[in-house]
Design a protein around this ligand. Structure first.
Ligand code: DLZ
Length: 171
């Protein structure tokens, strides 16, 4: 079998969402920037070009590593609420690559649970844009680098917009 059944079904055109009034935060790591930078670019360009988000409403904040993503997302979400400029959705972008110790497993677990908690605790959709890769090749392919690769941040941007719409439901 040469075709996978995995993947996100695109929204039909009649359900296409206009993001022109949305404010989206991208928090990203500087660890593994060769892979993280194209992911951030892919997310930003998709938000602007596919969903009409205004460039000035895509806020980008860089931090050291994936372990810092949940705290930063939580803090910036709450700060924006206090400033009366809440984010409609947040995308956390990072890349963890397995090394020779148990560090990878601990960080993956902490970051996954942490990002889920930020969703619930802040009532803001926080998209899990964290690649957890067994080697560098897997990371490159998921950042759109190389033959038969796909930049997963394109999907994360679409998910952020869809979830921003969910967040706007009032009753
Ligand atoms: C220390 C570390 C290691 C070994 N690997 C990664 C990685 O692959 N991806 C990543 O985003 N961060 C890594 N870090 C840094 C930790 O996430 C964190 O920044 C430090 O432990 C300080 O809290």
């Amino acid at each position: 079998m040469d075709k996978t059944i995995k993947g996100l079904k695109p929204l039909s055109d009649d359900l296409k969402i206009d993001g022109s009034n949305y404010r989206i935060l991208i928090v990203h790591t500087r660890w593994n920037s060769t892979v993280v930078d194209p992911l951030v670019k892919g997310a930003k360009e998709t938000l602007i070009n596919e969903y009409n988000v205004k460039e000035e409403n895509v806020c980008i904040y860089g931090i050291p590593g994936a372990y810092e993503l949940p705290y930063t997302a939580h803090h910036l979400i709450e700060a924006a609420k206090r400033a009366d400029k809440p984010f409609n959705a947040v995308i956390c972008i990072g890349v963890l690559i397995k090394g020779s110790t148990a560090h990878f497993e601990y960080i993956c677990e902490a970051v996954t649970q942490g990002i889920m908690r930020v969703n619930i605790d802040t009532d803001t959709p926080v998209i899990f844009g964290v690649l957890t890769c067994l080697n560098e090749e897997q990371a490159l392919l998921r950042a759109g680098i190389g033959e038969n690769s796909h930049n997963h941040a394109i999907d994360w941007a679409g998910t952020a917009i869809e979830m921003a719409k969910v967040r706007s439901i009032k009753e």
